[in-house]
Design a protein around this ligand. Structure first.
Ligand SMILES: [Fe+2]
Ligand SMILES: [Fe+2]
Length: 187
């Protein structure tokens, strides 16, 4: 799904300032849970979407709880959300008529999940702490499942258009990831 791999410099920055990554990660999980519920509110008519989003919100809230526990153990707290230029950049690609917006939101969500999976997997394979390796490997697998879920829903709402729109949005995502400065953050 992703057209461009993460710059290898990112994992070095992420490991050097891992506390910052953890705090950002907590915010990502919080936003993922909130986003699932907002998708449920926006598009309740899509067959299967409401229940899938309710389940997703619970799962993301579970991830959030786990990341918060790790923060606490390190004496850190979540603090204020400083915003995510990656997600903001991606949202600029959403079209406006409702039907198109629904498809775009599903596909952008799939891409964010896929990018999260890639980055969490990088952490899982590079971090030294054995517990964190396991934790991040588990989370990466879970985010991979979420990417597939959003693609499945996109296929359902736009059987003819989803693939060409995914190609276009994936190209936009790849450009964005190349443009944005590397940060000690998930994205
Ligand atoms: Fe998650
Ligand atoms: Fe997710």
């Amino acid at each position: 799904m992703l057209l461009r791999a993460t710059d290898p410099a990112w994992i070095q920055v992420a490991l050097a300032k891992f506390d910052d990554v953890l705090i950002d990660h907590a915010h990502c999980e919080k936003k993922a849970a909130a986003h699932a519920l907002s998708m449920l509110s926006s598009f309740p008519e899509v067959p299967g979407l409401a229940r899938a989003m309710a389940r997703l919100a619970r799962e993301e809230a579970g991830h959030l709880t786990q990341v918060l526990a790790i923060l606490e153990k390190r004496g850190l707290s979540i603090g204020r959300d400083l915003g995510d230029p990656y997600a903001q950049g991606l949202l600029k690609n959403l079209r406006n008529p409702r039907e198109q917006r629904m498809l775009d939101q599903l596909l952008v969500s799939a891409l964010i999940e896929a990018r999260s999976r890639e980055r969490l997997e990088l952490i899982a394979t590079h971090i030294e702490d054995a517990e964190l390796r396991l934790f991040y490997a588990r989370l990466a697998a879970s985010e991979a499942g979420h990417a597939l879920l959003f693609v499945r829903l996109a296929k359902k709402v736009a059987p003819d258009e989803w693939q060409s729109r995914l190609d276009a949005l994936a190209a936009a995502e790849a450009r964005l990831i190349a443009e944005l400065p590397i940060r000690a953050a998930v994205h």
